[in-house]
Design a protein around this ligand. Structure first.
Ligand code: NAP
Length: 352
């Protein structure tokens, strides 16, 4: 018999192992018995001490009553009883970028999977059981060392795309601290097509950081994806002035739902380090113009677009389908159906 239970205060989820816990008999003797012989079920689990301790108490009742099977000696009056199980340790994930587009979506998935999460950011987010917000700047080596202490997994999502050199500055203290930390699995989130888009400083930095993680010797999973729907929507909004959207020519994207990428990251966090895994992309490749038109239509107005060759490194980098990946694993909804489903608060935020 096996059972799964959750510690109410911290939401840690664990399976009761097939071996019985040691049950304390009335005489004070400890005995270990197989579950299928002894236990009807295990429930009401909670940590014995603070929630980061490994010992968990489970309520247990005996299965023998009235079932005609012989009772194990010494357990006659132990009903219901309690057992201590030494569960396999709950993993602690140090998450950077937990307040960002992707991080906000990954965070609840990690907690639902029973991880303890330390979310490190300059602005703390909402509290939740199993979650500790660490307010700090990733550029600070001492803050990073403290935040990493005792964590098993690093999920690095923090980024500052608008500030030149910032992403390398954010990654450097992490990379310096990793060799002396307990981190057994680092996951780095990156972007499809970096090698083809090196005209943009941000993409040069991302490629540089990927290589630094690969050279760090820490067991690594490297996930890339195309641009998120959420990001494209903000971009189109920023390009819209008095309801006219300025349109850089020749830009093609294959945007993906951040929620779908978040699901993949949560699965990768459970798994073993996998090196560079298959890119993720949305189901549709389209010009930015097409995406902007659909956004206008979804807002209930005639699209008004004005082609302007804007001198922005990102737009130059996205030409010639460089941001698109036919080999990527397709996940999530198309742009059009995502726009239709977008949460009302997202739509409101995007209204111009
Ligand atoms: N956006 C896209 O379309 C896209 C596509 C593919 C891959 N990616 C990658 O996915 C990852 C997440 O992107 P995103 O769009 O979710 O990012 P985002 O929304 O811009 O969020 C950035 C996050 O980084 C944190 N951060 C920035 N500077 C920091 C600092 N000095 N110290 C601590 N935290 C800091 C921010 O937290 P605070 O401001 O609260 O400190 C925020 O949580 C990035 O690696 C990005 O390159 C993004």
């Amino acid at each position: 018999m096996s059972a799964e239970s959750i510690c109410a205060p911290c939401c840690s989820r664990f399976s009761i192992p097939s071996e019985a816990p040691s049950l304390r008999a009335p005489q004070g003797r400890e005995q270990r018995l197989p579950y299928d012989h002894v236990l009807k079920g295990a429930s009401d689990a909670h940590h014995v001490g603070p929630c980061d301790e490994r010992d968990v108490r489970v309520s247990i009742s005996l299965a023998h009553e009235g079932d005609g099977r012989p009772r194990p000696r010494g357990f006659r009056s132990v009903r219901p009883s309690h057992g201590l199980i030494r569960r396999s340790p709950v993993k602690t994930v140090m998450l950077t970028g937990g307040t960002g587009r992707l991080g906000q979506r990954v965070l609840p998935l990690l907690l639902a999977q029973g991880f303890r999460v330390r979310a490190f950011s300059r602005r703390p987010g909402m509290p939740a059981p199993g979650l500790t917000w660490i307010q700090g700047d990733l550029c600070s080596p001492s803050a990073v060392r403290q935040a990493l202490a005792g964590a098993d997994t690093l999920l690095h999502l923090a980024t500052q795309p608008l500030q030149a050199g910032a992403d390398v500055a954010l990654a450097r203290p992490l990379l310096q601290a990793l060799p002396n930390s307990d981190i057994q699995h680092a996951i780095y989130m990156s972007i499809t097509g970096l090698e083809r888009m090196q005209t943009a400083p941000y993409y040069r930095e991302k490629l540089d950081i990927e290589r630094r993680f690969e050279d760090s010797g820490v067991p690594l999973t490297l996930q890339r994806s195309t641009q998120f729907h959420e990001f494209v929507m903000q971009l189109v909004q920023r390009l819209t002035v008095s309801r006219v959207t300025l349109m850089p020519p020749g830009v093609t994207l294959q945007p993906v739902e951040a929620r779908a990428v978040a699901h993949h990251l949560a699965q990768l966090t459970v798994g073993e380090p996998a090196g560079r895994v298959r890119d993720l992309a949305g189901p549709e490749t389209a010009t930015l113009e097409h995406l902007a038109r659909e956004w206008h239509l979804q807002q209930g107005r005639r699209p008004a677009l004005l082609e302007v060759p804007l001198p922005v490194p990102l737009f130059r980098a996205w030409k010639h389908q460089a941001a698109v990946s036919p080999e990527a694993q397709v996940v999530g909804q198309s742009w059009a159906s995502w726009l239709g489903d977008a949460a009302p608060e997202d739509v409101r935020a995007m209204r111009t």
